[in-house]
Write a protein that binds this ligand. Sequence first.
Ligand SMILES: Nc1nc2c(ncn2[C@@H]2O[C@H](COP(=O)(O)OP(=O)(O)OP(=O)(O)O)[C@@H](O)[C@H]2O)c(=O)[nH]1
Ligand SMILES: [Mg+2]
Length: 1146
Amino acid sequence: CFICLPVRSVDYASHSVLAMGLTSLDKIIALQRNPANTRNLCILAHVDHGKTTLADCLVASNGIISSRLAGKLRYLDSREDEQIRGITMKSSAISLHYSNGDQEYLLNLIDSPGHVDFSSEVSTAVRLCDGAIVVVDAVEGVCPQTQAVLRQAWLENIKPVLVINKIDRLIMELKLTSQEAYTHLQKILEQVNAVTGSLFTSKVLEEREEKESETSSGDQVYDWSTGLEEADDSQLYFSPDQGNVVFASAIDGWGFSIQQFAQIYSQRMGVRAEVLLKTLWGDFYLNAKAKKIMKGAQAKGKKQLFVQLVLDNIWSLYDAVVTRRDKEKVEKVVTSLGVKVMARDSRHSDPKVLLSAICSQWLPVSQAVLSMVCEKLPSPLDMAAEKVEKLMSVGARRFDLLPEQTQELKKAFLQCSSGEDAPAIVFVSKMFAVDTKALPQNRQRPLTQDEIAQRRELARQRHADRMTADQTATESQRDLTHSGNTSQDVQPAGLSTGTLNSTLFISFYFFKHTAEEEQKETFIAFARVYSGLVKKGQRVFVLGPKYDPAQGLSMLPEGCSASDCVPEVPYLSCCSMESLYLLMGRELEELEQVPAGNVLGIRGLEECVLKSATLSTSPACPPFTPLNFEATPIVRVAIEPKHPSEMPKLVRGMRLLNQADPCAEVLIQETGEHVLVTAGEVHLQRCLDDLRDRFAKIEISASKPIIPFRETVVRPPKVDMVNEDLGKQQKVAIIHQVKEEVTQGRSSDTLHVDPSGLVTVTIPNRMATVSVRAIPLPEEVTHLLERSTELIRSLEQVNMSLREGKTVDVSLRTMEAIAGLKAQLENLLQGRKWRNAVERIWAFGPRRYGPNFLLNSVEGYQRLSVWHCLGRGDKAGEAGAAVIRDFDNSIVSGFQLATLSGPMCEEPLMGVCFSVERWDVQSSAVPQHQDSLEENSISHEALANSRVEGSTKTSSEVEGTVAGQSQARRRPEAASADCYRPVSGQLIAAMKEACRRAFQAQPQRLMAAMYTCEIMATAEVLGRVYGVLGKREGRVLHEEMKEGTDMFIIKAVLPVAESFGFADEIRKRTSGLASPQLVFSHWEVISSDPHWVPTTEEEYLHFGEKADSANQALKYMNAVRRRKGLYVEEKIVEHAEKQRTLSKNK
Ligand SMILES: Nc1nc2c(ncn2[C@@H]2O[C@H](COP(=O)(O)OP(=O)(O)OP(=O)(O)O)[C@@H](O)[C@H]2O)c(=O)[nH]1
Ligand SMILES: [Mg+2]
């Protein structure tokens, strides 16, 4: 970006920024009542493709900013750091007025950020809209975020239109001819359509599958194209002749759709506009002799109509004005176009000024874009029934199983009525903080005569008070100090009497002032009304994401409203909307009421809404489906105040930050650290700035980013570290060595490790033993489990409800997906080792849904499989050794704990199967009924005692699974029976120990989180990009040249651990030409063994005795251990040969 204006240096008042521009507030209020002419839309694109610049042009069309500044001001980037960095970091809305012919429209426009770190802000914007403008840079074409936003739009069922922006770059930078540019533009359209096409196909196929499974006929013939042919996709694609594409250069202020040119030329050429509309884009040419438009321009080597009639004009204008600066020609053009150019523009030293003065009158981009938006994007009245059902059915619940009253509400959505009897339904997609002083009610405005008089009177009185205070100062000095200490108890001045009056007034003032200081940020909900008319001060129900309308309706009296005193219902609360605002970019305008179909801001919800919520006057309303977030927060840092005494301020600040950001997570780790989790480096920086300047207002220090790792086991390697084939004998030797290490000195009478890696642990009172083996999972299985987290979670929920004897209303689709997962696992787990393994899966972990599993290989022990909800498992399986069944839960808990933090550096495990091969419990260990209660309580304690690294959230989750149902109750008699803890508690610990030892008996590896990134770079800087990637352990996946440009696109993966500062370094090394975006992609095993020591002569020679120079895994492991305060085994320098040689050489 070449124009960055720090906010402070821009004085908006002097640049004629008007809060409402040329449109009055009353006008907007009137327009709000007509949903047919309202459009809620957002601007989506890859980073830097020109969203905010385009928004500027649209905003300027309403006179809110001057059109000279459009594109330079970036009005909607209201934060200082947005202006400095030149990227948008939050989505913000503005309401615009547009008249098209005799129709007047209200456009609620939301500008969104394009940087991946802020993709959650895109989700919040997309949810509130019916349509979107997708912007694509004409040079860069479709980029990763372009695909991501198209997918998001698709998922939310919103309709997109396309703006191909920065066409000027094709002329000035790439220096393409108009013909080449046409081919280039065609390619871009193809790329965009390919993305939508693939989204559409996958949806049709999915629907067909659903239909088939519903009818489920025994048809064996598989016709892959069914559905695709019938489905109507004509509206789906972008094509200039459909009127859903605009070509633009937002920075120069021009843009057009082919409709405009069709109209211009139909008059000039005497051809019907409809004919031109169909032929202006495509392989048509003008046969001058025959005066006909003919097909086949390319074959005949003719210029396409689009090139001849449209592009050539623009190219010659740029040529005359910018390249040749040909005054005469320019004058001719100006007169022929009939535009007015001011003298100062034509004299300006920068020819671009003149250019944009001409173009923005000739082909104003706002006109082209806004008319396309009004014609092509749906109004709130056009909301599809499908979208409504999707919004209303949360998670796995089916729409037709919702209570009848709830299903009725669908009509309210579709009608979008603002009538008195329509229920109010509002969705809040995010909360944002504004400075309290900036709220309209606190804004400074000119004082009226009366107010001035009043103020004068007040000032006079204050002066008189001060005089009396001075007189009594000596007497009341003691009181002053006293009242200073107890200022909190002080009452307002008016309530007290006597000489204390003024001192009290002072301390009251002081108290009030600090309270105000604290409340500097006010939270405003970013929301949309879907039905009804919301009024200022109205009370509504706030429905949490877990609220169940069926439960709510049964518990609340009929016809009850939020203003009544309602009984307590889970996940339901009441709140009043204190103020309603029209969102005008950086300004807010107060409103009395807002009808259905509009975007608005609401004050007064900060107590009941954390980040998003559904509000309604009807308790039958279900909470909306959660927002689709694309990014996973992955960068964690621990935060401390510079001065320890400011801890409370930090805690409060972090709470506010958590509320104000849709994606940031704030948690307190068990170690007591306050941890902030963000989506990436840029996001982290913004959160820290916010914390420092707005929410905590203290100096803070942030730790280095905490990089997550995973621990896993692998199959024994076949080659050694110098790539020599490990002979069978040697291999055995090495394994023995490892075995020895594991067992050395640690093996005791309660622990036995056999050479094959089977670990047997006996509990202290010798009542039970358990034997476990760790087996690496095939890579595809790990990936599958990782991808299916949500599904496994639903599976676990279903199983839980079945165990409790509840019925569950899961959609058919979810059950099918579960069956599909099972089939896929069966498919992947082939071979003797895995025979029947999928049926025998006991549990997933950690947290019951992680990418590891526990396998039941105990002979003669049959238990329900995790798949029993599918109904195919034989119920007879329940019979078996009843003795050990009682302790089933302990084994699972032990496994959960072991997978939550591994032995290498207490990070979670991944891709490990723990197979329980033997498990004996003596029958005398079976508790009496009463004991079982106590046991549970102790197992709870055992869990709490075992220190689990990770957030408190995770450890409490684990506790909840095991001990949630128990109550701590102790019976002294029982304790005397056994000096050890009761068996189930011991078994948890024993199982955890067994898993850890079994893990250590295998070759262990660390797994690193990997980012993928796409870097666009020119040939000259390519080498340097490779250099930076290589230095940071990155790997290039592929490299290709972008057609029609001299740019290379490199796709690479890079460990998260090496990514900090990567984007900056790349930018510096390539002088700003390449700027990568990092997206979390997957986990990858680091091939080096952190426990490796050289064993052969070659290895010794190659790596030296300590062998830690090349061991990246060891470095990572030790760094994590050090951070967690764990023991780090490090050899200190024993022989300082190196230094000696160095000094000799000198
Ligand atoms: N040459 C040219 N540059 C443009 C055009 N439109 C925008 N730009 C420049 O592209 C850069 C990015 O523009 P923005 O409008 O901030 O892009 P954005 O899409 O809002 O970026 P994010 O919000 O950060 O995703 C700025 O330097 C603009 O001046 C255009 O039509 N032509
Ligand atoms: Mg922007």
